[in-house]
Unconditional design. Structure first.
Length: 201
């Protein structure tokens, strides 16, 4: 049953995790990608604060619109910088097309000692270590939300086309990703998901 929550190929899942955990910055995460993939897939899926495709999370302090109701998963990952809880919402169209939103809190001390823009940049560049020549980042630009820094990217890995928006809000990271097979999501599809993400006060 848990496998129904996220069926993206393991190669692309590792791409996602490299993007969001900033592997170049946080040390002591040996084998993190393998551990995270296993933990995420094996975690039982449950409902969230979801009305059809609309998600409004008081705990996550955000709202966003999925095409349909996503599945919620949460896993705690121990590390040298403390336990990190990764909360994930995933909506799968099929095994090659889907939408994901994840958020997690990093230790305040780590964030205060780091440049947010460097964290975002290195997190995205970590994708290159995973895919090597298979990955082509076609577009990358700085963005923001309510004054908080972010990074927007479009990347191709084999037949998979991904559009991502990553944000750092204080010590919290938000990662949104759309994955399609054969082509990027249309402007309308992108606006209907990525464009609906808002921070709640």
């Amino acid at each position: 049953m848990a496998l129904e929550c996220l069926k993206f190929p393991k190669k692309f899942v590792s791409f996602l995790f490299f993007n969001l955990i900033f592997m170049k910055i946080i040390k002591g995460f040996k084998g993190l990608v393998v551990i995270m993939m296993a933990a995420f897939v094996l975690t039982a899926c449950g409902g969230g604060a979801v009305s059809k495709g609309f998600v409004s999370s008081e705990e996550g302090r955000f709202s966003v619109e999925f095409p349909d109701a996503p599945k919620l998963s949460s896993v705690v990952q121990p590390s040298d910088v403390g336990d990190i809880t990764i909360n994930s919402y995933a909506y799968e169209i099929d095994d090659k097309n889907g939408y994901v939103l994840m958020y997690m809190d990093f230790p305040t001390e780590l964030m205060e000692a780091s440049d947010p823009k460097v964290l975002l940049e290195d997190g995205l560049n970590g994708q290159l270590q995973t895919f090597g020549a298979d990955l082509n980042v076609e577009k990358k630009e700085e963005i923001s939300i309510d004054g908080n820094p972010g990074l927007y990217a479009r990347a191709i890995a084999g037949d998979f086309y991904a559009i991502t928006k990553d944000y750092l809000v204080g010590n919290r990271a938000y990662i949104l990703m759309m994955v399609k097979s054969g082509a990027y999501a249309s402007e309308e599809e992108e606006a209907a998901f990525l464009g609906t993400f808002k921070l709640l006060k």
